[in-house]
Ligand binder design. Structure first.
Ligand code: GLC
Length: 448
């Protein structure tokens, strides 16, 4: 099964215009770059039948009626925010993002703008967002709220039925956007009033550290008035971080499901599912292993990003044993290698070390992440700064090392060869190279 197929089919190939790759002139909140790991929670009525979040009715996999009938089965009966927060803290996360409202329009809080909420329409009958925010704060985690700009349930959102030639399998779709210029302006204005009012409830009521937007692609920047929206949000909470799904008005880029081969220059965050689904789907057993997740995490932070790892709780709020085990596996690795994770920055460009690297903020320690068991040596090329000490994280064992070769007269450094550690981390062994000064690299083409 490919549970994400609806999502990938239902989206334009490239929903992010070039200007959207994280901005810009804004000063990023320092907590964000230091956080490294966030947990992304898609929790909603779609977990009742285990269908794709929102996309299942959009793409006609289930009828709208059958989708909304899941309201009756959403109980949140086992939801314990403190247990979630404890698990996420053990996983090594510093922030979490919960779907306050996905494209289906079902709010997890008691919105006054509509009765379509888990508070008014499901057996859960309570404000889950309030419980979530309270619990995360008690555990020192920064709180993020996911909010879909578009709302496929709102009567004024889709102002015309239309057929999208780029998505021929969806005919006469009643949920999505009309071509620009063909919508009913009055209804669109009413929708924007609703959109802004819900956001005001979220920002003033829950004071999130981060707003994680989605569903921007169905209208233009001008239709959404994104620039104005950014100003409105910052006027309500000056330090709120905004992701880039604001058509050029966000703070950081959000590549999805794969570490970018060429990392974005500015701040960024990879969102990644543990299996193939954002929300809970019992049939999706295609989980990434803890080792695969740890490797992706190291590659991400080495390239200057954060990992936002997606967890899909069941309708009652349980995080499955499979997902729990992977979070704990990642947390164990982070705990053993904390020094190479928190307080570090993106490492050196590819080619100096055959694996990810991270760099301490004072630029005096370079961390070499060894993805595989080293054999004869671990090598670092192009290092100009003299080395003070080389050791293994976790055990602290010192490692013998020597620099061999180079062309000193022409500034070409030799290769630093490090003896392999006797004891290896079960996943990624990290070697700390302490430097006698700030990192300086040779990036030239050689002499001759
Ligand atoms: C994709 C999916 C959407 C999900 C989002 C998270 O866009 O279509 O359902 O919420 O990814 O980034």
């Amino acid at each position: 099964m490919r549970p994400c197929s609806a999502a990938s089919r239902g989206r334009p190939q490239s929903p992010h215009p070039p200007t959207d790759s994280g901005s810009s002139s804004m000063t990023m909140q320092p907590w964000f770059a230091d956080a490294k790991l966030g947990i992304f929670l898609h929790w909603g009525i779609y977990a009742v039948d285990g269908v794709a979040e929102s996309w299942s009715f959009y793409a006609n996999e289930v009828s709208y009626g059958a989708y909304m009938a899941q309201l009756d089965g959403f109980t949140a009966a086992a939801f314990d925010g403190d247990a979630w927060a404890g698990l996420f803290a053990r996983a090594g996360a510093r922030y979490t993002v919960l779907t306050a409202k996905h494209h289906d329009g079902v709010a997890l809080w008691d919105t006054a703008q509509s009765d379509l909420s888990v508070v008014k329409r499901t057996p859960a009958g309570r404000d889950l967002l309030a419980e979530y925010v309270g619990a995360m704060r008690r555990h020192g985690l920064r709180t993020g709220l996911y909010f879909s700009h578009l709302d496929w349930s709102h009567p004024d959102y889709a102002t015309l039925r239309h057929t999208d030639p780029t998505r021929p399998w969806i005919t006469d779709n009643p949920y999505t956007m009309p071509p620009e210029g063909q919508e009913d302006p009055e209804r669109w204005e009413r929708y924007l009033v609703f959109h802004r009012a819900q956001l005001r409830e979220l920002v003033t009521g829950y004071e999130p550290d981060l707003l994680w937007f989605d569903g921007h692609w169905e209208r233009s920047e001008r239709q959404w008035r994104m620039s104005e929206l950014r100003q409105e949000l910052l006027a309500m909470k000056a330090d709120v971080v905004l992701n880039a799904r604001m058509l050029g008005h966000g703070d950081y880029a959000t590549p999805e499901q794969g570490v970018p081969i060429s990392p974005p220059e500015g701040p960024w965050e990879l969102c990644l599912t543990i299996n193939d689904s954002w929300g809970h789907r019992a049939g999706d057993t295609n989980h990434k292993s803890a080792g695969q997740i740890i490797r992706t995490f190291a590659e991400t932070i080495g390239a200057g990003g954060n990992l936002l790892l997606a967890v899909g709780p069941t309708e009652d709020g349980t995080i499955t044993p499979e997902q729990t085990a992977r979070l704990e596996g990642l947390g164990g690795w982070i705990e053993r290698n904390r020094e190479a994770v928190h307080g570090t920055e993106r490492g050196v460009p590819f080619g100096h070390h055959y694996g990810p690297t991270t760099l301490s903020k004072d630029r005096r320690t370079l961390y070499l992440h060894c993805l595989d068991a080293p054999r004869e040596f671990v090598a670092l090329r192009g290092l100009v700064t003299p080395v003070k000490r080389v050791s293994v994280l976790g055990t602290g064992a010192g490692l013998a090392h020597r620099t061999v070769g180079g062309f000193a007269g022409h500034g070409v450094p030799g290769v630093l060869y490090i003896d392999p550690p006797a004891e290896l981390d079960p996943h990624i062994t990290v070697i700390a190279v302490e430097l006698d000064g700030e990192l300086e690299l040779y990036r030239g083409a050689g002499h001759g």
